[in-house]
Structure formats: C-alpha cells, structure tokens
Design a protein around this ligand. Structure first.
Ligand SMILES: *[C@@H]1O[C@H](CO)[C@@H](O)[C@H](O)[C@H]1NC(C)=O
Ligand SMILES: *[C@@H]1O[C@H](CO)[C@@H](O)[C@H](O)[C@H]1NC(C)=O
Ligand SMILES: *[C@@H]1O[C@H](CO)[C@@H](O)[C@H](O)[C@H]1NC(C)=O
Ligand SMILES: *[C@@H]1O[C@H](CO)[C@@H](O)[C@H](O)[C@H]1NC(C)=O
Length: 503
C-alpha cells in the first residue's frame, strides 16, 4: 500500500511537472511564420503539454491558415486592417537593390506600430489568455510588439524565437549583407555601420512600443530590452553545422529545421517524380520563395534565367510559378527542357536522386533543408539574412551566390554552369549533409528537452550574461588596454620630454 501511495504521488508530481500550459503567441505576418509557430505548438503538444497556438489576425489572407495538426488553435479576428494595407507589391523591392538607413526606419520601425497600437487598444479581448493561466509563453521578436504583449499577459516564464547575437567584428549583420566571418577592414567598416543602424532601429522600435504600452497599459511598463533579457530560453532557427560559429549565452539553442523531417517522407506524386527525373544529366529546381515568384522578377533577371536554361539542354529545369501565371509559360513556349510547378513538397524534392542543383533566394529554411539533403545551391538573395546565408553557402563550398544587380545573361549562365560542372560543390554539400544528419540531438529533441528544463527550473537569471551590463569600454577591455599600453607610453614620452628640457 505504501509503495502504491508513493507511486501515486510520484506519478502525480510527474504529471504536474510535465504537463504545462504553453502559449505560442503568433500574429499572422506570413504563412511561413505561422507554419513555424505551428511546428513548435504541435511538437510541445505531442510532448504532452496543453499547448495553444494563438493567432491575432494581421494578414486577412491567412485567416483560414494555421498549419497546426494537433495543438489547439485560438484566433483573434478583426484586430487590425493596417497590415493588409502595407502589402501591395514586392516587384519594386526586387529592383531596389539597396535599402538605406531612412528606409529601414520606415520598414522596421513605423511598419509595426499601427498593428501594435490596434492590438493594445483592444487588450481586453486578450483577457481569456490571462484567465487561462499559462505557465510558459513562446513568441518571436520580428514584430517588436510581441515581447510587450506577452509581458502584459502575466505569464511566469517566456521563451523567445529569435536569432543569435551579431558580433560586428566577425558576424555579418542581418541586413542585405553579402559577407562571411572573415571581413576586410572596409567590409568591417560597412558591417559596423549596419550594426550601428540596427542598434538605432531597435532603440527606436523599443521606444515606440514602450510609449504605446505606457499610454494604454501601465505608466511604469518595463523596457522591451529588459523583457527580452529576462526570457528563459532563446530558440534560434539555424543549425550550428551550417551557420557561422560564434560565442553566445547558454540560453541560446539551435533548433533550425524543426519539424522539417517529419514531413519529408511524403511520396512524390507520379507527375512530380516524372518531371524531376527528366534531363540527361539531371534536374534543376528554381524557386525564389513565396513572396517573389518568377512572374515578379525584373525582366532582366527573367531573360537571364531563360538564356541559361536554353544553353544547358542536358539539364531539365523546374520553375516555381504561381497559379494563374500564364506569361511565364508563354515566355518559355518552345523551350523543351523546362516545366512549371505551383507547389511542391520542397523537402521531399530535395531528396530526389536526379536533382543536381537548387537555384533559390536563400531563405534560412530553404538553405538548411538543402544543406541537410546535400544538394548544391545557387543563391540570388532578395532580402535580410538571405545575403549572409548565400555567402555562407559559398564559404562552406556548397554553392555560389549571385547578387541581383550583377545578374546578366552571361553572369547567370556562368554561375549555374560552374556549380553544375564542378564536382567540388556536390562533394562539399554531401559532407555538410552527412554531418547534419548525424548531429548529436535533433531539433525536436532540443525543443522539448529545453522547454521541459526551463519549466522545471528558474534559469533566466542563472544564464544571465554579465556582458550585457558592461560598458563599451569594459566589454572591449579598452580601459585595461589603456592602463597597460597607452599609459606607460604616454608616461615614458612625457618623462623623456621633461628630462630633455631640464638637461
Ligand atoms: C505528434 O504525434 C502524432 C501521433 O503520435 C504524430 O503523427 C505526429 O507526427 C506528431 N507530430 C509532431 C509535430 O511531432
Ligand atoms: C469582421 O468585421 C466585419 C465588419 O466589421 C464583419 O463583417 C466580419 O464578419 C468580421 N469577421 C470576423 C471573422 O469576425
Ligand atoms: C529581470 O530580472 C531581474 C532579476 O530578477 C529583475 O530585477 C528585473 O526587474 C527583471 N526585468 C524585467 C523587465 O522583468
Ligand atoms: C523516412 O524514410 C526513410 C527510408 O524509407 C527512413 O529510414 C526514415 O526513418 C523515415 N523518416 C521518418 C521521419 O519517418
């Protein structure tokens, strides 16, 4: 009987510790973001937590989309119409190769504030989230409003989906920055300038969000930086085997490719299998992501791709287009080695034996999935970290990057031809693939084990990084440098001077 009681107590305790209420807070800013949130929610639901994916509706196109297969989904409709109004066309972004400092203020600061204010004004509609008494909230900081919203929900623990910190001396910043970890002096100058920009942008974002929350929620609302520093865990959507190595707090865990392999064993439809098996020497998949289908590419780039396809008749090209696009098919009329697809199970396509190359925009998920499957890449980045990803693929030897402004009929053909003909790219890609497939823990294991760990322990303070509190001089040891090197020199020269003048 005693042992039975003990067992009973143990299982009860085990149950209490194990099954937590977890909120995944996820405004619908894009399909891929919602899908990523859904993967965390499903995974933690499967790990026997009571998980709710909460979607305040930003993009009305996504009103029916949640991507979750198992977790509960709660939605907040009609919160804002500001988001839809901001998205009209992406074509001009494609021709505009440079986003300046002032533009960044608009895109990265102003952009989010209308939605933030709209949500906060209707904060009473979030009351069910407070009443549910969640144990943990998971959120991303792409929208700078999210940390503050989550903070207002009085949830004791938080985990952030974000990026690793940038160290300007060897990590290229996120913004349209086609560099890798070894930068020349001028590249570092440019990187430092971009780093400075992001400090300013974050400062302004935080100030604006803080202003909104102090006005509507509480006059002593804490700073956004303070909220972010106090999260218990930061899950980063990248992979240590692919990405630039760097030093970081133990709060950061690499979880890139979460959920990707779960969906990878889809058998290809016969049609797709047939298309990807064409080509005497192999097939090439061309897709620049959902926001930039072939149709919106500038004419110059379209015709460079057209030319490269015609000059490589031994390869079969598969171009991703959008439903209703007839102009692309007209353009390629009479070209035998090309097919068009609207949607493909990308991670399954990447396992196709006949696929020799993926021409992509270099989004992080695409790059990781491609590297995981050992397929060489040609990357033409469109925005943000895609530039850095492209450069990193080059650095890892698994492909080439081509910048939009340098695309001409010759350059585009040359880079595709180079990656297809030179075996070194495939060898490097296969090597990364082998390492990624045998890495010690899967992203799914890391998410569930780390989330359970932070639920069981109070670690946000434990993993506190003191460098956050150091001044610039202390952090870079400039004060010590001054005392050891500069001071003796100055003293020496002053002393000599005095001796000289007195003799
Ligand atoms: C959750 O569990 C179900 C059934 O056991 C499984 O089919 C599904 O793939 C799992 N989902 C995730 C995200 O692990
Ligand atoms: C949103 O509001 C509009 C009008 O204000 C209404 O017609 C519509 O049904 C609402 N949608 C939802 C999902 O509540
Ligand atoms: C962060 O944690 C520290 C240490 O527990 C605490 O003093 C501080 O108020 C917290 N800041 C915020 C914004 O929660
Ligand atoms: C996918 O299929 C392969 C071979 O058929 C198998 O070895 C692997 O375990 C499967 N992966 C998943 C996640 O089911």
């Amino acid at each position: 009987m005693r042992s039975f009681l003990l067992l009973f107590c143990l299982t009860t305790v085990y149950f209490i510790v194990d099954a937590a209420k977890i909120l995944v807070y996820c405004p619908s800013i894009s399909k891929s973001h919602v899908l990523l949130c859904a993967k965390y929610a499903d995974l933690l639901h499967n790990a026997s937590h009571d998980t709710v994916l909460f979607i305040p509706s930003y993009s009305s196109l996504l009103n029916d989309y949640d991507g979750a297969k198992h977790a509960k989904v709660w939605r907040l409709h009609n919160v804002t119409d500001a988001y839809d109004k901001k998205f009209d066309s992406f074509a001009d972004v494609m021709e505009n190769s440079h986003i300046g400092f002032i533009d960044r203020m608009t895109y990265d600061v102003d952009f989010w504030m209308d939605m933030c204010e709209d949500v906060v004004k209707q904060f009473d509609r979030l009351q069910p989230l407070i009443d549910y008494q969640f144990d943990l909230a998971i959120f991303n900081d792409i929208d700078p409003c999210n940390p503050a919203i989550v903070r207002s929900l009085n949830i004791p623990k938080t985990a952030l989906l974000s990026r690793l910190p940038t160290l300007p001396s060897y990590v290229p910043s996120m913004e349209e920055n086609p560099n890798h970890d070894r930068m020349s002096f001028f590249e570092r100058m440019s990187n430092a300038y971009k780093y400075f920009q992001s400090i300013v942008v974050h400062y302004l974002q935080d100030r604006r969000v803080l202003h909104i929350f102090r006005k509507h929620i509480s006059p002593d609302f804490p700073s956004i930086t303070g909220i972010i520093r106090n999260v218990s865990l930061i899950m980063v959507n990248t992979d240590e085997i692919f990405d630039i190595s760097r030093s970081y707090s133990p709060k950061f865990v690499y979880v890139g490719m979460i959920g990707a392999e779960k969906h990878a064993n889809v058998t290809l439809s016969e049609d797709l299998d047939k298309i990807f098996s064409k080509g005497k020497l192999g097939s090439v998949f061309v897709s620049f992501g959902t926001v930039t289908p072939f149709r919106v590419l500038p004419k110059r780039i379209q015709s460079s791709i057209f030319n490269a396809i015609q000059k490589l008749p031994d390869y079969h090209f598969i171009l991703k287009t959008v439903p209703g696009d007839t102009t692309t098919a007209e353009m390629f009329a009479g070209v035998p080695n090309v097919d068009f697809v609207n949607w493909v199970p990308q991670n399954t396509i990447l396992k196709h034996e006949h696929l020799k190359l993926f021409v992509s925009h270099g989004g992080m998920n695409s790059v990781l999935e491609t590297m995981y499957n050992g397929v060489p890449m040609v990357i033409m980045p469109v925005f943000t970290d895609q530039f850095r990803n492209g450069k990193n693929v080059e650095r890892r030897g698994a492909g080439k990057m081509i910048l939009r402004q340098t695309v001409t009929t010759e350059t585009f053909y040359d880079v595709i031809h180079e990656v297809l003909k030179n075996n070194n790219y495939e060898t490097a890609a296969k090597r990364i693939s082998r390492m990624m497939k045998s890495r010690p823990f899967t992203p799914e294991e890391r998410v569930t084990k780390w989330v359970n760990f932070i639920l069981d322990h109070d670690t946000f303070d434990h993993f506190h990084l003191e460098s956050n509190n150091l001044s610039f001089f202390e952090h870079n040891h400039l004060d010590v440098f001054f005392v050891f090197i500069v001071l003796p020199f100055v003293t020496y020269f002053v002393f000599r001077r005095v001796l000289k003048s007195s003799s």
